[in-house]
Design a protein around this ligand. Structure first.
Ligand code: 6GU
Length: 253
């Protein structure tokens, strides 16, 4: 997968993506990343890319021409009209399976990052194929959402993670949360590692982990349970957890 990011802050993208697993994935050629500075496509001497909104109001609007110029440069480099994702709180909410489908369909993926009050509607109409949000909160720009999506998509690319967990991207872990994890020492702050994990009995360990997943999901994300594929026994376990109503894992705010 080749990622192309159209942005006023290319260094934010480059610095954010060259660390840890993403950095290694780029280095090893599993993915590639190119940030294009929209400012390089400003036609004026002062590299100005924004102006006041027609009709008045607060803030500035990113102008159509430099955004289009940056888009055309990418289009010419790859030789076809790519899928272009505009990161906006007005978009549909990103989810893993959407990322998985894009990964299967597209060679290249363009992210358009807005700033200020937004981008001139006319260039959006011409180039954007997908309007995508990452959740119900407002950020100052599209760079973090673009990085969130690139991370979520890249970890589905075979080889990017050490395990080959990537086959499963129609949902996350079958719509169940992961079981808890433990490592050395066996006792920490007087808390023992659950005995079964020290038993070496792999079938029992798998059974315990699966139960923990069901319990966690019921307690923390009961909304996921409907889509999870549970046995009758697991369903009963989930129902008992739900009945306990031990649902608050976040302090009240
Ligand atoms: Cl994609 N952009 C901005 N600016 N804010 C957001 C978002 C995107 N998704 C959630 N909040």
């Amino acid at each position: 997968m080749h990622f192309h990011v159209l942005t006023l802050f290319p260094e934010m993208i480059e610095q954010g993506m060259n660390t840890s697993i993403m950095g290694r994935a780029i280095e090893r050629g599993y993915i590639s990343l190119k940030a294009t500075d929209i400012r390089d496509y400003a036609a004026n001497k002062h590299n100005k890319v924004d102006d006041t909104p027609y009709g008045g109001g607060a803030g500035m609007v990113m102008q159509a021409a430099p955004v289009y110029g940056a888009y055309e440069a990418v289009k010419e480099q790859i030789g076809y009209r790519p899928r272009v994702i505009y990161l906006t709180p007005q978009g549909s909410t990103f989810f893993t399976a959407y990322g998985g489908r894009i990964l299967q369909k597209e060679q290249d993926l363009v992210f358009l990052c807005g700033h200020y009050e937004g981008i001139d509607e006319r260039v959006l109409e011409e180039i954007v194929t997908d309007y995508v949000s990452i959740g119900d909160y407002v950020l100052t720009g599209g760079e973090l959402p673009a990085m969130v999506m690139m991370d979520a998509i890249s970890r589905l690319v075979p080889g990017v993670l050490h395990n080959e967990a990537s086959a499963e991207f129609e949902s996350f872990q079958g719509n169940l949360l992961e079981h808890p994890h433990y490592s050395r020492p066996e006792v920490w702050h007087e808390k023992r590692v659950p005995e079964v994990l020290l038993s070496g009995h792999h079938a029992n360990i798998e059974k315990w982990r699966r139960e923990q997943s069901v319990i966690r999901t019921a307690e923390r994300r009961p909304d996921l349970l409907e889509k999870a594929d549970l046995s009758a026994k697991e369903k009963a376990l989930a129902d008992r957890c739900l009945a306990e109503k031990k649902l608050a894992f976040t302090q009240e705010v």
